[in-house]
Design a binder for this molecule. Structure first.
Ligand SMILES: C[S@@+](CC[C@H](N)C(=O)[O-])C[C@H]1O[C@@H](n2cnc3c(N)ncnc32)[C@H](O)[C@@H]1O
Length: 219
């Protein structure tokens, strides 16, 4: 991806992406469900990679993380994030070139973001670099059949995501499922119907909506 393509992508998130809706209708239960795989966050050093409007950063702060940092390259998202949680650390930066020292986090969490990085493999390598040995990367990424309207995204089978993780120096602890947005996220009948179908299809082996990858950095 060229510098111009990167700039275009950033412009899309800054001016077109639905951050307003993410603030008004946060899907906290869905986030908490996947964050639950990290266990107790009290006292831990937590990074939310591609944090958007920052709800996972907020949850980690509330749960007593020793520091909770949200990083995103979209300034629009971070302005909204700062409004609801002034106490967290908000950093504008590129997920494939993180502005952090080696081994300075215990946990890296990323929901629906790493698949949009221009170089996904490099994003995983950067997450590994900033984690301490034995630290956890928990990333929620789409299955091969899932489509969103975002301009750049890698969708892949569990097997391919496992390969990317292994190449970046992670062991796979477990892979769980995310079945998509809450059925009643908004009450438009067609949307509700579509989400019901999604939740059913996502339970068929091999067809889960998103993979919840729980990865441990090798020592
Ligand atoms: C689908 S949103 C998810 C946001 C948030 N994690 C959530 O659950 O609501 C994807 C986010 O990834 C961010 N993003 C995409 N490419 C990025 C990159 N190279 N570096 C940092 N953030 C990036 C976008 O700005 C956007 O906020």
């Amino acid at each position: 991806m060229t510098g111009t393509d990167q700039a275009q992508l950033r412009k899309y998130y800054d001016s077109e992406y639905h951050y307003g809706e993410d603030v008004e209708k946060p899907n906290l239960d869905r986030l908490r469900r996947s964050m639950g795989h990290l266990g107790e966050l009290r006292g831990r050093r937590f990074l939310d990679l591609g944090c958007g409007v920052g709800w996972a950063t907020h949850i980690a702060s509330e749960e007593g993380a020793s520091y909770s940092v949200g990083l995103d390259f979209a300034g629009t998202a971070l302005v909204r994030a700062r409004r609801h949680t002034a106490t967290a650390g908000w950093v504008q930066g590129d997920g494939t070139a993180l502005p952090f020292a080696d081994a300075c986090f215990d946990d890296v969490f990323s929901f629906g973001s790493m698949e949009h990085f221009p170089d996904v493999q490099r994003g995983f390598a950067e997450a590994a670099r900033v984690l301490r040995a034995g630290g956890t990367l928990l990333t929620v990424v789409p299955n091969w059949w899932v489509r969103t309207d975002q301009p750049q995204e890698l969708r892949a089978s569990e097997r391919r995501w496992r390969t990317i993780a292994a190449n970046a120096g992670f062991d796979v602890v477990r892979v769980a499922s995310d079945h998509g947005p809450a059925i009643l996220k908004n009450r438009r009948p067609l949307r509700v119907l579509m989400r019901i179908v999604l939740h059913i299809v996502s339970r068929i082996p091999g067809l889960r909506y998103q993979h919840v990858l729980v990865l441990r950095k090798r020592a």
